[in-house]
Ligand binder design. Structure first.
Ligand code: NI
Length: 377
């Protein structure tokens, strides 16, 4: 396919897109400058598009019975950038620390190339510039419009550090987890540190509960299933010599199967109830089920894509990357259509979401090539 060769010619341009986008990171549903930047280019390339509310762009090229969707996420994170890059964020306290600038740049380049070859397309291709991936609301906001009904397959890519630069993981089955959230408020009775017997200590109850929650994965979940419970934030007390009257535990649960998800939710609630009885505290659990399912790549679609991709890249460009316990709202699309999500190696020594996160821009060209392959699956 000579269209794919175009990816190498667009290298400088896709890097420029990425660096420009990197300088103006915007958080979920506030991607206004980003949208304007994309819109200007779509206009220039004569690509028809529709603006979404409150943010997001859905562009389209080609026509035909078959419909393929290509998706990029556009939002950034509330992270203060510390990369020292010459094209660092100009938006204080906000940073493209998850590579979404790269994903957007890739899809822009792909849009341009596909439009130039529109007369060779036997199909309709939706180009989705999606908002709000980080808050897991963006995919849903696009699906709600109903525009994607009848799409034969949707594809996306994600750049991850920790994978050798430019290498591709394109594998069927479970790829990323569903993510639940919980907050547990423990209300005891405050008082003098020297008179604990007259108080109900929220810290003791909280500490015990944190430890007990860690037995759920090891004792209640099938050992052949993957699951994680993390209490990432604990807030309690006011002073060293005061028994804490209140404690708040905030955490997240990551799983792949619905069944495991339900077991964990039930157990978290039951342990909180038990702790309330044991410590005579009042405990309130706010458990938010996942806003997206686990991300599972459709087997048929992924095998077909992989076969085409191997012809373009050669087998040696592919690596096996185990499924990740991170969340990705691309999974929401797969409730309504077949989906396939690939990982692209970004090299780099800092993980995604880190204030020094950066990636090897070679990943951009690989991304453009791969998305072009996807367009023709
Ligand atoms: Ni991300």
């Amino acid at each position: 396919m000579n269209i794919i060769e175009e990816a190498s010619k667009i290298k400088e341009e896709v890097i420029e897109f990425r660096r420009n986008l990197h300088q103006c990171p915007e958080t979920a549903f506030h991607e206004m400058m980003t949208m304007e930047y994309i819109r200007e280019h779509l206009e220039e390339w004569n690509i028809s598009y529709r603006l979404m509310e409150p943010s997001g762009i859905l562009a389209v090229v080609g026509s035909g019975e078959k419909t393929i969707a290509l998706r990029a996420d556009m939002d950034a994170l509330e992270v203060g950038e510390e990369t020292g890059l010459p094209f660092s964020s100009r938006n204080n306290g906000c940073m493209h620390a998850c590579g979404h600038d790269g994903h957007t740049a890739i899809l822009m380049a792909v849009s341009k190339i596909l439009k130039e070859h529109e007369n060779e397309l036997d199909r309709k291709i939706f180009l989705i510039f999606q908002p709000a991936e980080e808050t897991a609301q963006g995919a849903e906001s696009i699906l709600e419009t109903g525009i994607l009904k009848g799409v034969d397959g949707i594809f996306g890519v994600h750049i991850f550090s920790g994978i050798e630069a430019g290498k591709i993981s394109l594998e069927p089955g479970e790829r990323m987890a569903s993510t639940n959230w919980f907050s547990i408020l423990i209300q005891g009775k405050s008082g003098h540190a020297g008179k604990p017997h007259e108080c109900v200590d929220a810290v003791t109850a909280a500490a015990s509960l944190v430890m007990n929650l860690q037995t759920i994965v090891s004792r209640n979940v099938n050992p052949l299933e993957s699951a994680v419970i993390t209490v990432g934030k604990v807030t309690a007390g006011t002073a060293r010599n005061v028994v804490a009257g209140e404690a708040l535990l905030e955490g997240t649960v990551r799983t792949f199967s619905k069944e495991t998800e339900e077991i964990i939710e039930e157990k978290v609630k039951r342990m909180a109830e038990a702790a309330a009885k044991m410590y005579e505290a009042e405990i309130f659990v706010d458990y938010q089920p996942s806003s997206h399912p686990a991300l599972v790549n459709d087997k048929g679609l992924t095998v077909a894509a992989r076969k085409k991709a191997e012809d373009v890249f050669g087998e040696e460009e592919f690596v096996h990357v185990p499924a990740m316990m991170l969340g990705e709202d691309f999974a929401n699309y797969t409730k309504e259509m077949k989906g396939c999500f690939a990982f692209i190696g970004g090299g780099g020594s800092y993980p995604n979401h880190h204030s020094k996160f950066d990636f090897d821009e070679e990943a951009l060209v690989q991304g453009v090539k791969l998305m072009l392959v996807f367009a023709f699956v």
